[in-house]
Design a protein around this ligand. Sequence first.
Ligand code: ATP
Length: 876
Amino acid sequence: MDEEKLNTPLVSKETSDSAIIVPQAAAVATGAATTAGVGDNGTPTAAAQQRQAAAAATTTAASDALNGTATTNVNLNANTQLSIAAPVLLQPQQQQQQPQQLTLLPYSNHTNFVGNNLKNGALSHNSQNNLCNGGIPSQNHILAPKIQNSCSPNGHKKGTVTLSHLPQRPPVDIEFADISYSVSEGRRRGLKTILKSVSGKFRNGELTAIMGPSGAGKSTLMNILAGYKTSQLSGSVMINGKERNLRRFRKLSCYIMQDDILIANLTVHEAMMISANLKLGKDMNLAAKRVVVHEILETIGLKDSSNTKTCNLSGGQRKRLSIALELVNNPPVMFFDEPTSGLDSSTCFQLISLLKSLARGGRTIVCTIHQPSARLFEKFDHLYMLAEGQCMYEGRVRGLVPFLSSLGYNCPSYHNPADYVLEVASGEYGESVQKLVAAVKSGECKKFSHKDYGLTAVRGIANDIVKGDNDCNNSNSTSTNNATLTATTTLTLEDEKCKMDEMSSTLMSHSNALNNPILETQQSQLSDCTVINLNIPNSNNDNGNSNSGLPYSCSFSSKGGQVALTGAAEKAAAAGCTTSLLDSHESVVTLPNSSGFPTSGWTQFWILLKRSFVTIMRDRMLTHMRLASHVIVGAIIGMIYYDVGNEASKVMSNAGCIFFTTLFTMFTAMMPTILTFPTEMSVFVREHLNYWYSLKAFYFAKTMADLPFQIVFSSVYVIVVYYLTSQPMEWMRISMFVFICVLTSLVAQSLGLLIGAGMNIEAGVFLGPVTTIPTILFSGFFVNFDTIPGYLQWVTYVSYVRYGFEGAMVSIYGMDRAKLECHEMYCHFRSPKKFLEEMSMDNAEYWIDAVALLGTFVALRIIAYFVLRWKLHLIR
Ligand SMILES: Nc1ncnc2c1ncn2[C@@H]1O[C@H](COP(=O)(O)OP(=O)(O)OP(=O)(O)O)[C@@H](O)[C@H]1O
């Protein structure tokens, strides 16, 4: 998609419609509330008692705003804390300068992170919201609303979102206790402990960062939690309070790795459809899958890049595609290994905003991150800080500075707390790690862990970045103007809650009996982005939490327009306010009946076969070049050995030609596989570990997809050479010659597969030719079999080149071929049989050579399969 569009604010001061009014109203409400709720000394006062009044006031303000009647001068008498979660990303500094203006950050166009629009009494949704914040439960899928395309005044295209059919998944809390992990460093050195009894809890609905100095054990911890590392491990991992069922958990989670390796020759849309076909299975028809893909691409800002090949995507787009590919089946848990690495600050911010938005949909998002900027750091809800394999802080991000302060580590003003804590963790302030670890163990950071931490005033914080943050929430300012500013800033924070029963009833009041499940909304031309999330306590649960601890949420945007609501849609809309997208009865701890992959092995095989076929076909560099090289080299060899095939005086040259043909077909089959398979392996590992498909399906598909290409390439080369060198034009001999050469190439390809599966490209490029040299020496061309010493004779039987060369020789000179022509005075080898005797091949049987090659082919493929399995095992 056009990055420029992404970066362009979508709502400007001029577009003064409800997109601005709603937050402003809310902002004023918040400001009034917070101002009144804070005493002169900055101590929070009666906010808690007056929440109900605030809710009413907020609802009124918001409703007015949505009806277009609210203005920036809305005053609320309520002395309250108003909580409005606004994943729409406002820029605080900008707002302070221009309190009337809401500036939306990238993704707003395509990825408004929230979405139910309510204006003029109309309800609408937007795609991001459907994806992240609300859903309409149907039997199996969530129906999301449709938003029509239109153009904003600034000329930007708005997204089109149709039905969403994301599967419902359960929210997941991950709790781990006393996790210790060691690796063996050899007999002498013994075990190295990487993680030392770490414990913690990552909640759904939150964006969690795992931070720490390099080598602290971040990736190790995440691999353990994701279920990738299972051995040499002690401690327990609980999912929603129960012992983790690893297989079940892996199906509900995904791991997005740092090096987002994608299949290069597929377009974004094709890659997404393959993901949808593999991950959504037969329960959903193709049209519905397309809708899901379309919606995700739009939501994630890749709609304009749908037809772009993945190899041409920018770094940020690749990251987003990696996320989009996993979002297809709506995993409730997403692990990210350093998602911001290699991205510029703006793209980092977009990406983390996206992750936060996904978290707001009830997902548990866990990232390792190295050194985030202050702006990025405050986007995270929860921080898990590791140092030397131990936890030195766990709690809210905004609790970090107070926690450090309480232990005497005062973060200097204007210092990025993320930098500071890393400095502390790295020992720049003395022996701090053990002190902090001890504090964590004694439970001192527990108060900072509560998800509501930061909603009340935190005093005595030295750091201005965090102070500002808290100011926003706690409204230490006293003037009305300041209150307004403060409240506006509050919109940038997404943790607050409010009671919005009235809003809920406003939504419900739209419930006219309609049956069509499609919710359609036409957007106004005036605003297209500003959306506010309002967390609403569950009507069934007074504390406002779902069973899983996720605050029920409802989202509104201020997009104007007409809305056609249907009964089902309204019900759904209402449901969307009281349930999470991830809400489902699916168990996360017990194995379901169908415990395998989402699709059958045959379907996986078929999809992967088609994918491999398409990618090979489109690979210009490799496939087209390989074909051309086979034709060109065949022609060159044909010219060099022109017309030698039936000439008795040139039998040795002809044998050289046959030998070269064997070598050429071998190397051209082996080397490309050695070079490409490690990359394919990376894609396979990612997809397999994210539970897309089985190793068997991948391996068989890979094997089958390569076969026709290898057969065609080798045959083309052999036929060109055969014709130009005037070998006997008998169908029998031609087919035998081509067949044996093709078999040789397939064996070589299998060897390449084995080497590629077992080692990296560098080692493979060396080892491939090196292991082939001995097999060439024992092929019978350079040294006659009779000449080879008896104790080495056995080697000739394991040399597949021997079988290839011998079979080719037999098909040309064997089977009682008539005497050759002789255009010299004397030709020693006029009799082909005599020449075979000279080569020690007079007793050779073609079928034995063919069977030996076939057997080697099968054996190598099987060994390569087990090497792959072993590699997968090692990864864990
Ligand atoms: N197989 C292994 N053998 C020996 N040491 C290992 C092994 N795996 C990890 N380690 C060590 O464990 C420590 C933690 O590794 P890990 O990759 O989890 O660190 P990290 O915090 O993610 O670091 P970085 O931020 O640099 O990626 C490191 O010191 C690393 O060298």
